[in-house]
Design a protein around this ligand. Structure first.
Ligand code: TRP
Ligand code: SF4
Length: 333
């Protein structure tokens, strides 16, 4: 297996807070699948991170963790080439989180923009906790423990990667060079809109999930908002302001997209035709994924085996880093 020291290391993670949707597929997963070719990749399902906001709600964390694992594998994460694991299987993350917390200044945490934003957005629960404040420290531990160079994430995570770099620098200046400073690798695809035109997100209830039945996907797309100025079939539309067209950009080839663009502007095609084409393209693209997903979700034994092997490999790398960290901080290994 893998582990050529010349290949640069990649780590990314995701909180298991529900099923994955098309935005995850084109925004992150497909990118991760490509990274596997040239990098030593670690992909973590961060159930401890999920707990920072779910601790009071009896969320089915384990079930979501398994679904995310099945969906990653179905999308093409290859456990022979990449290390797929569950964060809470590798206790070393918690140890590094604790040790880093000794040297992270409180003001660094208070000024991370997601801290106040999330507290305001998720106002239905108490996020004024020690664990939630420490969210970025745990994320730094996830990244630094593998001495990752690259962290493929969306725009919303850039502040956390910047934070991680500062933590690495502070550790290195106090205890000597242990951690490389990781770089965020932004996904190129524009953020996918959901059925209501806002960003696709589980919390908005506007997402098209990878596990939705094909008929359900057609129905969701058929009900999507379009260019609001296109009221009648005979009105010309503007694809530039239409969320349906934005999704076409991720799923439909250039030639057919140009035809739709033209057809929309001249009212030669109707929104229903346009949406039918989009449903066809989406379903075509995810059909193999859906088939593999169904297989994996039904084979918990196989999933458990893959996750156990991933955790073993992750633990091995994390353990080596921790030896060095303990040596430097505590004078023991
Ligand atoms: N905070 C990330 C998110 O909400 C998830 C995450 C946890 C992560 N640990 C990570 C992402 C390490 C990248 C690297 O999406
Ligand atoms: Fe949007 Fe397509 Fe309707 Fe044009 S034809 S407004 S791109 S749904």
């Amino acid at each position: 297996m893998i582990a050529s020291p010349k290949r640069s290391r990649v780590l990314s993670g995701h909180r298991p807070t529900g099923p994955l949707h098309l935005g995850h597929l084109v925004g992150a997963l497909e990118n991760w699948v490509h990274l596997q070719d040239e990098h030593d990749c670690f992909f973590a399902i961060c159930d401890w991170h999920a707990l920072t906001s779910e601790y009071s709600r009896k969320s089915p964390l384990r079930e979501w963790t398994e679904v995310v694992a099945a969906e990653w594998l179905a999308a093409g994460i290859d456990p022979e080439r990449a290390t797929l694991f569950v964060q809470s299987d590798v206790k070393e993350h918690a140890e590094l989180h604790l040790l880093l917390s000794m040297l992270v200044p409180l003001p660094w945490l208070e000024r991370v923009p997601t801290f106040k934003e999330q507290q305001q957005q998720l106002s239905d629960r108490d996020l004024n906790t020690y664990g939630f404040l420490g969210y970025p420290v745990l994320q730094s531990a996830d990244i630094l423990i593998y001495r990752a160079h690259l962290v493929p994430v969306g725009e919303d995570q850039v502040a956390h990667i910047e934070f991680t770099r500062e933590v690495a620098r502070r550790f290195n200046s106090l205890y000597g060079e242990v951690f490389p400073e990781p770089t965020a690798r932004l996904t190129e695809t524009a953020r996918l809109p959901g059925t209501d035109g806002r960003k696709m997100s589980k919390s908005y209830g506007n997402s098209i999930n990878l596990g939705d039945e094909p008929a359900k996907i057609r129905e969701k797309i058929a009900r999507m908002v379009t260019d609001p100025a296109r009221v009648r079939r005979s009105d010309p539309g503007n694809p530039d302001v239409c969320p349906v067209f934005t999704i076409h950009q991720a799923f439909t080839g250039q030639k057919q997209r140009d035809e739709i663009d033209q057809g929309c502007r001249t009212a030669a095609i109707g929104c229903l035709d346009c949406k039918k084409i989009l449903s066809d393209r989406v379903l075509e693209r995810i059909a193999p994924l859906q088939a593999r997903r169904a297989e994996l979700v039904g084979d918990r034994k196989k999933l458990a085996g893959i996750l156990a092997a991933g955790a073993d490999r992750a633990r091995q790398v994390a353990g080596e880093t921790m030896k060095e960290v303990r040596e430097r901080m505590l004078g023991r290994t």
